[in-house]
Design a protein around this ligand. Structure first.
Ligand SMILES: [Zn+2]
Length: 430
């Protein structure tokens, strides 16, 4: 929609406003939306309401008005079952693409107006949404992910020519990697990811839970390789997000200029010091996937080695995320969900509950993690994440008070309205 000409005005009145900045909620608030953006915010009586005849007024009395939620690490890959390895072999990739369309709609309906697809079909979905073919959240996607040979993104038990996306005939999640070793290959892989339409570059900087032959504390890629990838991203005003769980991997990523440290299981005092010194590092824990695998992974059919590693890291991880929180570092909310029954899209607000319950977050800080800090993890802090004048109008209205009960955000029926860029995408009030 053009920002010029006749812009539609929507006024949201009477709600309890949580603006995403962490500031105290405002009672009897008014949010004026003009076109795609927020024109004014304040208390009733203080904000001038445009005298246009044609405007829509929404009464949010007794409800909470807040920014659209952001999941800063998930995968739009349309998994149908939790028997991932089997499914990857017997189910054509096209079915995953089709299901991911519905997963994107589920995310939007659940109040998520922005998601960061850290490897998946998001590179196509975002274009289908831009074309007006489908509904969905704003999607930032990495598309393909960079992994070293024998790294977290290398499915070592498959032939290597099936795994690398450039030569594989099957564009599936488990084989959506760009295998690269040494600086020249890393530069080439980064450029290939950009060629495919990546909004940011995703690297596998450590081992992980779901990869069979490595461990979360294993370091992957060298500092020089990471620096080369970051440089490629910066050349085109983009950034790097790292799957990064081990201590040394975190140090390498912070030194190399990686923007977000995702999962972040094992930070030590030096990692905290380095992150504070750099000032712009965003940590993106993903408690939800671990919690679901620890509590339901065996029944769901996950590989025993994955469940065992998930259990091993849980207690340490929640303690360490709590340490990052107490140290005042920037933390964004994410799930690492991928659409399967156990890791279902639409359930993503459970991360806020886990941050409160297991890591000692104040509910307000959990909300900031899923709004303002999510915007930082996406590099979009000037455009989204808070309800402030001039920002894109991503707004949700919730029937309940998430500061009293953070779980209310998980109940889709309580998310009464979802607005993305000034457009009402879901409305359950009528
Ligand atoms: Zn992931």
């Amino acid at each position: 929609m053009s920002e010029k000409g006749k812009r539609k005005i929507i006024v949201i009145k009477g709600g309890n406003l949580i603006d995403g900045t962490g500031a105290k909620p405002k009672r009897n608030s008014v949010v004026v939306v003009e076109g795609r953006r927020i024109k004014a915010v304040g208390k009733e009586g203080e904000v001038k309401i445009p005298r246009k005849a044609k405007k829509t007024e929404i009464d949010a009395s007794g409800k909470t008005v807040m920014p659209g939620l952001i999941d800063s690490h998930l995968h739009l890959i349309g998994l149908k079952t939790d028997r991932i390895l089997e499914e990857e072999l017997v189910r054509p990739p096209e079915l995953g693409l089709i299901k991911s369309v519905y997963d994107a709609v589920d995310l939007l309906e659940a109040g998520f107006t922005t998601v960061k697809d850290c490897g998946g079909y998001g590179i196509y979905l975002k274009r289908a949404i831009a074309e007006g073919t489908m509904r969905g959240p704003r999607i930032l996607s990495a598309g393909y992910v960079l992994s070293q040979t024998a790294g977290h993104g290398d499915v070592h038990f498959l032939p290597v020519e099936w795994v690398d996306a450039r030569v594989s005939k099957r564009k599936k999640f488990l084989v959506m990697s760009l295998l690269c070793d040494g600086v020249p290959e890393c530069i080439k892989a980064a450029r290939y990811a950009l060629r495919q339409g990546a909004d940011f570059i995703k690297v596998m900087a450590s081992g992980g839970v779901m990869s069979m032959i490595d461990r979360p504390e294993h370091t992957q890629f060298t500092l020089e390789e990471l620096k080369a990838i970051v440089k490629e991203a910066r050349h085109v005003d983009k950034f790097v997000t790292a799957h990064c769980q081990g201590t040394e991997a975190m140090k390498n990523c912070i030194k190399a200029g990686v923007k977000t440290i995702d999962h972040a299981f094992y930070p030590d005092d030096e990692v905290i010091r380095m992150a504070k010194k750099r000032g712009d590092v965003v940590f993106v824990p993903t408690l939800s996937i671990n919690w679901r695998i620890v509590t339901g992974g065996v029944e769901a059919g996950y590989q025993p080695w994955a469940v065992a590693k998930g259990k091993e890291v849980w207690e340490i991880m929640i303690k360490n995320i709590a340490r990052l929180y107490r140290a005042g570092l920037t933390i964004a909310s994410a799930t690492d969900f991928c659409g399967s029954p156990l890791l279902k899209h639409g359930d993503n607000a459970m991360e806020l509950e886990l941050l409160v319950k297991h890591c000692g977050f104040r509910p307000m800080d959990a909300i900031v993690a899923a709004t303002r800090n999510g915007a930082k993890a996406c590099g979009l802090e000037n455009e989204i994440g808070t309800i402030e004048k001039g920002k894109l109008a991503d707004v949700i209205i919730v029937d309940g008070d998430p500061l009293k009960d953070i779980k209310v955000l998980q109940d889709k029926n309580k998310v009464k309205m979802v607005m993305k860029e000034g457009k009402i995408e879901a409305n359950r009030d009528t």
